[in-house]
Design a protein around this ligand. Structure first.
Ligand code: PNS
Length: 160
């Protein structure tokens, strides 16, 4: 079975994340979205909210082979625990490359049997990030199309 983990902060899930998840789920047998419990960062949305957004979006799209959970500690340990051979990440523009190159190299060193695979962002998502969603939504701007429709009203309610 070809299992992938899709890790991130997802603070909150964006339409760009969802596009990557949809494409990974089409390629792999099972995709486990892992929301990092990061003690060094204070996320805006709680871990429960972030997981609930992902589960709602997965259900709304009827993606049968994807699920969401949390993890802490090393990503490769989480991947090994769920039996994943692949780590899934999205790549937007050159700005992502350096960071992604360093974490994928470190993960490869820690767990040579696990490969990171990248999905290039669709052009309409190339500028999109969770922090932009928080900023625009927080100032009352439209986040239509930037987050899954099913999550939108809850995100707006929390940001305003
Ligand atoms: O969405 P993000 O915040 O860019 O995701 C970053 C993430 C979760 C992929 C990264 O911070 C991570 O894997 N953290 C777990 C700790 C770890 O494994 N570090 C070693 C690789 S650098």
């Amino acid at each position: 079975m070809n299992i992938g983990v899709y890790p991130g902060s997802f603070d909150p899930l964006t339409s760009g994340h969802m596009d990557v998840l949809r494409r990974a789920a089409a390629l792999m047998d099972r995709v486990v979205v892992g929301v990092l419990i990061n003690t060094s960062k204070t996320p805006f949305f709680s871990i429960e909210e972030r997981i609930a957004f992902i589960k709602e979006a997965i259900d709304a799209e009827g993606i049968k082979n994807a699920e969401a959970t949390h993890f802490d500690g090393l990503l490769v340990a989480f991947a090994q625990k769920v039996g994943a051979r692949h780590i899934v990440r999205g790549l937007r523009a050159v700005m992502d490359f350096e960071y992604e190159f360093s974490i994928s190299s470190m993960n490869k060193r820690l767990a040579p049997g696990i490969d990171t695979v990248y999905f290039m962002a669709e052009p309409e998502h190339s500028y999109l990030s969770a922090s932009i969603v928080r900023e625009v939504g927080g100032f009352g701007g439209s986040i239509d199309g930037l987050v899954p429709d099913v999550n939108k009203s809850k995100i707006i309610e929390r940001l305003s």
